[in-house]
Ligand binder design. Structure first.
Ligand SMILES: C[S@@+](CC[C@H](N)C(=O)[O-])C[C@H]1O[C@@H](n2cnc3c(N)ncnc32)[C@H](O)[C@@H]1O
Length: 379
């Protein structure tokens, strides 16, 4: 391992090339070399020891070694889950929104650039890199991004919570999806991302809110009894209890539950024209609901909904197994078993109607604001 890189007591990576408020940046380019972000970047090979130092084992799963906030695994099962989840969203909603094609259209005066923050398995940013080969594509994550990667892709191992100053004013698109639980201050994160954009650049935020909704899109109460839209009494599903426990674990580890607030935060940020900030909500089932008559009586296309549920169910099983590591940060094995085991069974039987909600926010940076604009996040 290069002597220029060390792992601090806090678990963050430090390099002698650190600048501004950063403590670390390591970038892996497509030839598997490591780029240190510094005033004069240097290239190193990604050695086996760097890879090994990126991970530790917690409760039988491999997790990242750089952040005590983000606690989901970073192993093969999680990579598979993220790839499948990405396929699901691509299948449901198409590869990219139309605006992405407009913003990333080739321009003879400058190379267009996209960054995906908390890119996980790289599924989204690799798709972008392949679809827009003339663009520079960058992915940032706490753990090494699995290859093989497209030739126009560069990966960085970094903790986003340390700031994004080295990426300011460089990107036409900034994308971040399902990372809020690893972000300490999401409102300030939006500020950093806004500053990474070039004029008229597009910010895309996408998050689950980790609640379970009934078919009438009312969330189940955190605890206690509930009623289906047809008036049938049911206990709050164990899946809801499990998600409540996850929410508590996220908060106790210092992560954000940002899904419900990020639209307002983006709208109120001075770099965006509030009237132009768009907000999209998508609901989809956790699994195929066994009481199809109820779906039909409520006007749902039961076959379509259940087909979607089939696609999602395995992802949720895997998410429950991965999230176990998070829950164990403030619960005993026995307590977690009492939530997780019935949640798996519920998911198989699906005798309760449960919808998940994903929120996406699109915001375009104004053409004429400077990063020096003084406001509450300037630091
Ligand atoms: C649930 S995964 C989502 C991955 C990807 N965005 C997707 O949609 O498939 C969250 C990813 O964000 C990364 N992450 C979370 N907090 C982070 C942080 N503070 N800095 C860098 N990456 C972070 C995790 O390591 C993980 O790979």
């Amino acid at each position: 391992m290069s002597p220029d890189i060390s792992i601090s007591d806090s678990g963050s990576v430090n390099t002698r090339f650190s600048y501004e408020t950063r403590s670390a940046v390591m970038s892996i380019s497509d030839d598997n070399s490591l780029v240190m972000a510094s005033p004069a970047p240097s290239i190193y090979s990604v050695t086996e020891s760097i890879r090994q130092q990126s991970y530790r084992v917690e409760h039988g799963r491999i997790v990242n070694n750089y952040s005590d906030v983000y606690g989901l695994p970073a192993d093969e099962e999680e990579t598979y889950r993220l790839n499948e989840q990405h396929q699901f969203f691509t299948h449901m909603f198409g590869p990219f929104p139309q605006i992405l094609y407009e913003i990333l259209a080739p321009d003879s005066s400058t190379q267009k650039a996209v960054i995906d923050l908390g890119c996980g398995s790289g599924a989204w940013i690799y798709d972008v890199a392949r679809a827009f080969p003339h663009c520079r594509a960058v992915g940032v994550d706490l753990a090494p991004i699995p290859g093989p990667s497209p030739p126009n892709f560069t990966g960085e191992i970094d903790d986003i919570n340390l700031g994004l100053q080295h990426h300011y004013s460089q990107f036409d698109v900034v994308h971040t999806r399902f990372v809020a639980q690893g972000i300490q201050d999401y409102e300030s994160y939006i500020d950093h991302m806004a500053k990474c954009l070039r004029p008229n650049g597009l910010l895309i935020l996408c998050e689950f809110d980790f609640k379970i909704y009934r078919l009438d899109r009312v969330p189940y109460p955190p605890w206690g009894p509930s009623y289906t839209p047809n008036g049938q009494y049911i206990d709050t599903p164990f899946l809801c209890h499990w998600f409540n426990a996850l929410n508590r674990a996220i908060e106790s580890r210092g992560g954000s539950l940002a899904a419900e607030y990020m639209y307002d935060w983006a709208k109120n940020h001075p770099f965006f024209d509030g009237a132009e900030v768009a907000h999209q909500e998508m609901y989809f089932p956790f699994g195929p609901y066994s009481l199809t008559q109820e779906l039909i009586s409520l006007g749902y296309d039961a076959i379509k909904l259940n087909r979607v549920g089939e696609m999602v169910r395995n992802d949720v099983h895997s998410f429950l197994r991965g999230g176990r590591v998070m829950l164990l940060s403030n619960m005993s094995e026995g307590e977690v078993d009492l939530l997780e085991n019935p949640a798996h069974i519920e998911l198989e039987n699906m005798q309760f109607p449960g919808l998940a909600r994903v929120i996406t926010v699109y915001a375009r940076r104004k053409a004429n604001v400077e990063n020096t604009l003084v406001h509450k996040w300037n630091h």
